[in-house]
Design a protein. Structure first.
Length: 391
């Protein structure tokens, strides 16, 4: 199947337009990373506390941000989490201690910020632990158990917390919902000491700053090693200038992708790094297809200029490029549109990377070969890009 046959597009004739496009987006990304938004490392890399909150209704994100700001959590980030029907939000706090107290502190910070109309002297049942419920029941003793209360009320408190968290996904809308999970007298007594907020803290997770710094270092070296490996492979398989062209191209793709994350202030997580490394391989494969066709045509068209050979090679592989890149792009676009917040960063990196990677295979990698060839001819040196090596 082919979309294009016998095309004769002068790609190299448009190299200055390509260069302007790449410069605009590369410079914008660099300026954003250095001066505007910097590199938006996610909690995986910079460390911090992630708190998952479920609401009983569709939450107002602006109201959440305002509440967090009033509580002094000025650097907190709030984003939708999971299925929109679940009314969940993921709040990223700049709390980096890696101990049990930090877990409790992160939870308490969110509860304090969001409980704007808490009745004085009452406990929020949606965010109370089974131990807190047990202690209340021990003091109230609605079943009149006396000295035998400890074990009985511990079981009642655990049953209430389990029903709230496992059956109702963490949020009660009325105390009456607990009638099937606890003794009626126990449920009736809860109204005296508890109230129901419209949210429940579902989970708290911490990544320490030392772990985050180590992950940053590992991500950096993973990228460097992949680029070095491609340089060695292409230098051996073709000529070293092909390897240099590929590394420059992949660096260009990575720079624009990371710059786009900085410009849009989208967090770079471990899954985003995985997507970037995937794109390095994808872009490399696409470029090698073009390079291989250039090498074959060099053997067949020894009398032609390299610029004409490169143009011919790109046109010959254009249909294959559109088919493979187009189908892959449609897949990752669907992932971006319907994959939810958890996969948003990963799918965004793939969407940007596939577009830029396909573009750079045509507009960046091949012109580098011609530019280097022209430079060597101008200096009176033997062209290295032709004839092709026989492997």
């Amino acid at each position: 199947m082919e979309f294009f046959r016998n095309t004769n597009i002068d790609f190299l004739g448009k190299k200055w337009y390509f260069l302007a496009f790449s410069l605009i987006f590369s410079v914008a990304g660099v300026l954003s990373m250095l001066f505007w938004h910097h590199i938006p490392w996610g909690v995986d890399f910079r460390g911090g506390t992630l708190v998952t909150v479920r609401f009983s209704h569709v939450p107002d994100d602006n109201a959440i941000r305002a509440a967090l700001d009033r509580a002094g959590l000025h650097n907190a980030k709030n984003q939708r989490y999971g299925d929109p029907a679940n009314n969940e939000r993921l709040i990223d706090l700049d709390v980096r201690e890696t101990n049990e107290q930090a877990l409790d502190q992160g939870k308490l910070n969110i509860i304090k910020a969001l409980e704007t109309n808490a009745p004085a002297g009452r406990i929020d049942l949606n965010n109370a632990s089974s131990l807190t419920i047990k202690q209340y029941l021990m003091d109230k003793d609605p079943l009149h158990l006396g000295s035998d209360a400890d074990q009985k009320y511990a079981a009642q408190g655990q049953a209430i917390a389990d029903y709230r968290d496992k059956t109702l996904s963490g949020v009660l809308t009325s105390i009456g919902q607990l009638k099937s999970s606890a003794d009626p007298a126990v449920v009736a007594s809860l109204s005296d000491g508890f109230f129901l907020s419209d949210f429940g803290v579902r989970d708290v997770a911490i990544v320490g700053p030392q772990v985050g710094a180590q992950l940053q270092k590992q991500a950096f070296w993973a990228t460097v090693y992949s680029l070095a490996g491609m340089l060695v492979y292409l230098g051996f398989r073709f000529e070293w200038i092909y390897g240099v062209a590929e590394v420059v191209t992949v660096f260009h793709d990575t720079l624009i992708t990371v710059g786009a994350f900085s410009l849009t202030k989208t967090d770079i997580s471990l899954t985003v790094i995985a997507a970037i490394l995937t794109l390095i391989g994808y872009s490399n494969n696409d470029t090698i297809v073009v390079f291989d066709r250039i090498r074959e045509n060099i053997k067949l068209m020894r009398r032609e200029k390299l610029s004409e050979i490169v143009n011919r090679s790109i046109n010959q592989t254009l249909s294959r490029t559109i088919l493979t890149a187009g189908l892959t792009f449609l897949t990752v676009l669907a992932l971006f549109l319907f994959g939810g917040e958890v996969l948003r960063g990963f799918s965004l990196a793939l969407v940007i990377g596939i577009l830029i990677g396909t573009y750079s295979s045509i507009a960046i990698a091949a012109p580098i070969l011609v530019a280097y060839q022209d430079w060597r001819i101008e200096k009176g040196k033997r062209p290295v890009a032709m004839p092709g090596k026989a492997k």
